[in-house]
Design a protein around this ligand. Structure first.
Ligand code: PEP
Ligand code: MN
Length: 358
C-alpha cells in the first residue's frame, strides 16, 4: 500500500527536524571552537555588532513564509543558546578551579612555599607606624624562625579622619626591615596605579576585604609577576570570592593565596563571623592555597588561639594575625593586636597543639 500524501509530508518534516538538529549542533560546535580561540586570547567577549550583522544577513535572505519578526525571534534564540554554551564552558572550568587544574598551586614567597601541605604563618602590625615598631616585631618573629611579615602602608579605614597609613614611606620601612632580617613582606595596595611602584618594595600584594571587588585593582595585580594575597570581601559570597581570584588569574598571574577574614553577619559578639567552612570549600573548589586571618575575623584576642587551631584543623594552609609592640597606642586596631608576650604565648601554644604541621 502506498503512503498517503499526508504521511509523505510528515516523513519529510521528520527528516527536516533531524537535519535542523544536525545543523544547530554543528553551529554549536563552531561556537565552542570560537569560545576556545577567544579564551587563548584571554578574553571573553559577547559581540553585539557581529550578532546584528548576522541577523541582518539572515533577514535579507528571508523569502518567507515566516515574516522577519518571527525569523528574528527564532535566530535570536539560537544565538542565545550558543552564547550560553560559551558562558557555560567558562563557568564550568574557571582558571582557579580544581576542574581546570587538579593539583595544588604552590605560591613561593622567598622560599616559603604556601600550599605545600605544611602550614605557614604571617604576623606583623596592622599598620606600619615607624621603623622601630616594625623592626621590633620582625625581631620577635625572626627568633621564632618566622619569615612572613605583614604591615599596612595604605590603610583603608572606615573613617576618613582615621590614620590612613604612611604610604610609600611605609613600604620603604617594610623593605628595610625585610632586608635586615631576611624576611618577606606582605602589604596591602589599594590603588591600581601604585602596583608597579609597590612591587619593588614588597613580596606579596595584599588586596584587602574592602577592595575584593575593585576589579581594576584585581586586573592590575593580575598583570604583574608577584604573589597576591586576596582577602574575602566583608559581604562576599564564596562564589564572588572565587570570581575575584579569577579576575587576577585571567590576567596571567596564578600566584594567588585566598584569605578568609570573616564576613559581616548579625552577630556582634565578634567583629566579623569567621566562616570556617569556607576553608574546605575553597580548597575543594579551587587549587589555590587558603589562609585564615584570625585577627580581623574575630576582633578578639581571646579567640585568636582557638580560631587559629580551628583553621589549621580544617585544612588552612596558614594563619595570619596582627602583632604590635604596644597595641594600646597602635594607630589602628588597638583592641585586637597581640603584644609581644601574647604573641609568644599564642605561637608556642599553637605549636604545642595537635594541629600544626610545619
Ligand atoms: C589588613 O589585613 O590589614 C586588613 C585591613 O584586613 P581586611 O582587608 O581583611 O579588613
Ligand atoms: Mn588590622
Amino acid at each position: 500500500m502506498s503512503k498517503s500524501n499526508l504521511e509523505l509530508l510528515r516523513t519529510r518534516v521528520d527528516d527536516l527536524n533531524l537535519e535542523l538538529l544536525k545543523l544547530i549542533n554543528e553551529r554549536a560546535q563552531l561556537v565552542q571552537e570560537i569560545a576556545k580561540a577567544k579564551e587563548t586570547q584571554g578574553v571573553y567577549k559577547y559581540d553585539p555588532v557581529r550578532e546584528r550583522k548576522m541577523l541582518d544577513t539572515i533577514k535579507e535572505h528571508n523569502d518567507g513564509p515566516f515574516d522577519n519578526a518571527t525569523i528574528d525571534h527564532l535566530f535570536k534564540e539560537i544565538f542565545k543558546a550558543g552564547l550560553d554554551l560559551q558562558k557555560d564552558d567558562h563557568q564550568k572550568a574557571l582558571l582557579v578551579s580544581r576542574k581546570k587544574k587538579p593539583e595544588n598551586t604552590i605560591v613561593n614567597i622567598k622560599g616559603e612555599t604556601i600550599g605545600d601541605g605544611k602550614q605557614h604563618f604571617v604576623f606583623g602590625p596592622c599598620a606600619v607606624e615607624s621603623y622601630e615598631q616594625v623592626a621590633t616585631v620582625a625581631k620577635a618573629m625572626k627568633e621564632k624562625g618566622l619569615k612572613l611579615l605583614r604591615g599596612g602602608a595604605y590603610k583603608p579605614r572606615t573613617s576618613p579622619y582615621d590614620f590612613q597609613g604612611l604610604g610609600v614611606e611605609g613600604l620603604k620601612i617594610l623593605k628595610r626591615v625585610a632586608d635586615e632580617y631576611d624576611m618577606a613582606v606582605i602589604s596591602e595596595i589599594v590603588n591600581p596605579a601604585d602596583i608597579e611602584m609597590a612591587i619593588d618594595y614588597i613580596d606579596v600584594i595584599q588586596i584587602g576585604a574592602r577592595n575584593m571587588q575593585n576589579f581594576e585593582l584585581l586586573k592590575a595585580a593580575g598583570a604583574v609577576n608577584k604573589p597576591v594575597l586576596l582577602k574575602r570581601g566583608i559581604a562576599a559570597t564564596i562564589e564572588e570570592f572565587i570570581n575575584a581570584a579569577e579576575y587576577i588569574m585571567a590576567q596571567g598571574n596564578g600566584q594567588i593565596i585566598l584569605c578568609e577574614r570573616g564576613i559581616r553577619t548579625y552577630e556582634r559578639a565578634t567583629r566579623n563571623t569567621l566562616d570556617i567552612s569556607a576553608v574546605p570549600i575553597l580548597k575543594q573548589e579551587t587549587h589555590l592555597p587558603v589562609m585564615v586571618d584570625v585577627t580581623h575575623s574575630t576582633g578578639r584576642r581571646d579567640l585568636l588561639l582557638p580560631c587559629a587551631k580551628a583553621a589549621l584543623a580544617i585544612g588552612a594552609d596558614g594563619v595570619m594575625a596582627e602583632v604590635h609592640p604596644d597595641p594600646a597606642v597602635a594607630l589602628s586596631d588597638a583592641q585586637q593586636q597581640m603584644n609581644l608576650d601574647q604573641f609568644d604565648t599564642f605561637y608556642s601554644d599553637l605549636l604545642a597543639s595537635n594541629f600544626v604541621r610545619i
